[in-house]
Design a protein around this ligand. Sequence first.
Ligand code: G3P
Length: 212
Amino acid sequence: MTILLDSASVDDALAAAELGFVGGVTTNPTLMARETAEPLTQIGRLLEVFPLGLVCHQPVGDTAEALSEEARAAAALARDRVIIKLPATNEGVRAAAALGAEGIRCALTAVYSPAQAMLAHETDCVWAIPYVDRATRQWVGGMELVEALATILARLGSDTRILAASLKSAAQATEAILHGADDITASLDVLRSLGEHPLSAAATREFNAARG
Ligand code: G3P
């Protein structure tokens, strides 16, 4: 399993790296725009925070060609550690196919249907990335979506993994795994909450008090 931070902030990344269980960062254009107007420079900084970890970059563009051009520049920063997130659209799929043929590791993001996961498999993507909480707010529930993706990828004997994103709580993150997600990405607050429980905190206070 891989647990990633969903943020483009270097401060968040430094704090997440301290947690000891975070394997890298996912970014998207919205998160990136909050931090900088130079996304590739920021990807370089995030790669330095996680020297052995993964950093996901999501290019922007209306065509596969535009997406691919930015993707190639990002992948050149660290071929093995940069994963290109492409939108689950026909142009994104076309870019994934072209980039994959060049050995650039890709993922399809904003996945809302099993058909899109099937195309992530077909284009050898590392991940299909469903937006769990956003889907939960639609007619198709987020957990049902994760389960459908897991079923179809298992049926295909696929190496494509499910990276659950848009997770708003520890409960939602663990539920996504129970429904078949392989990996998760979440904000720093949600990542911090994974290791906490009020009863654990109470037990710790009790043990500390016993020492006097
Ligand atoms: O990486 C995807 C994620 O940022 C989208 O989720 O939190 O905006 O619903 P959210």
